[in-house]
Design a protein around this ligand. Structure first.
Ligand code: PAF
Length: 290
């Protein structure tokens, strides 16, 4: 069944109000569209845990810096709706597709100022990114009034930043992180994978392969962080059309490395790499030795 599409905040507000009046549990999956199996796994998890699921599709301008891919970011609404139709057996999915004017009307002046987990890694290379993410996500939380929101581990730092502002600002919503969905060869699913040529896509496997190698090194030898990071960077830079923004082994909550170069578990290994002109991120969590 085709999902119900809501385009205006006022309409969403009245739909959500009626769901809450019936005491129904509302799950929320925020997206920028260009949906793939990773997003659909989040929707399925929300459907499992909620009576109704709201999926937002909005390419949020405030999380892109000048020169990033805001204009070229894929907009594939018809295809997105077709994918959602396949999992809408119970007819309990609402798709919210606001316009930029609805989300950021004239005289919009208020932003969520995030620090802490937002500062390292992505925060260094995309200094305004998480401010834009936190602002739009808080707006969407307020609009959907959802009980729980579902995010992919693929954007691990984003999830930590969202958890942080939800805690700091007492936002009444439960944040759930769902596993990364990978292609069979290990490439983490991403809307940006479609920018890659077939040849570059093969080379992009160096991200997941370096993460796996790093995990092996840590679990086998309990290596120093610098050694593991250097090995990953060397493997990625084996091709001249690759560049590395960062490879880091960090505490999964603070996103900071240990100052003494040791690796304490649980740890998160995160990387951001440019394959030709396409910037990709990936990560892996090491919970314990078992
Ligand atoms: O992860 C994304 O697709 C975006 O950052 C989000 C959470 C939908 C906010 O625009």
């Amino acid at each position: 069944m085709k999902p119900q599409v809501v385009r205006e905040c006022a309409e969403l507000h009245s739909v959500v109000k009626s769901l809450h009046l019936q005491n129904l549990r509302v799950g929320f999956v925020p997206t920028m569209g260009a949906l793939h199996a990773g997003h659909i796994s989040l929707v399925k998890e929300s459907l499992k845990q909620s009576d109704w699921t709201i999926v937002s599709i909005f390419v949020n301008p405030t999380q892109f810096a000048p020169g990033e891919d805001f204009e070229k970011y894929p907009r594939t609404l018809e295809n997105d709706l077709a994918l959602l139709e396949e999992v809408n057996e119970k007819e309990n999915i609402i798709v919210f597709t606001p316009s930029a004017d609805e989300m950021y009307p004239k005289n919009f002046h208020s932003y969520v100022d995030v620090a802490g987990a937002a500062l390292p890694l992505e925060g260094t290379f995309r200094p305004t990114h998480f401010r834009g993410v936190a602002t739009v996500v808080l707006k969407l939380f307020n609009m959907t009034q959802a009980d729980a929101a579902f995010f992919g581990q693929k954007d691990f730092q984003q999830v930590q930043v969202i958890r942080q502002f939800v805690r700091d600002l007492n936002v009444p919503i439960e944040i759930q992180m769902c596993p990364i969905i990978r292609e069979t060869d290990g490439l983490a699913m991403s809307s940006r994978n479609r920018y890659l040529s077939p040849e570059a896509r093969t080379r992009a496997l160096c991200l997941s392969q370096s993460l796996e190698k790093a995990r092996e090194m840590i679990l086998r030898d309990g290596c120093r962080s610098r050694r593991v990071v250097d090995a990953a960077i060397r493997a990625i830079l084996a091709h001249p059309n690759h560049s590395v923004d960062y490879v880091a082994i960090v505490d999964p909550v603070t996103l900071l490395p240990n100052e003494d170069d040791t690796i304490q578990l649980p740890a998160a290994i995160l990387l951001a790499v440019r394959v030709d002109d396409t910037r990709l991120i990936d990560n892996l969590l090491i919970e314990s030795e078992n």
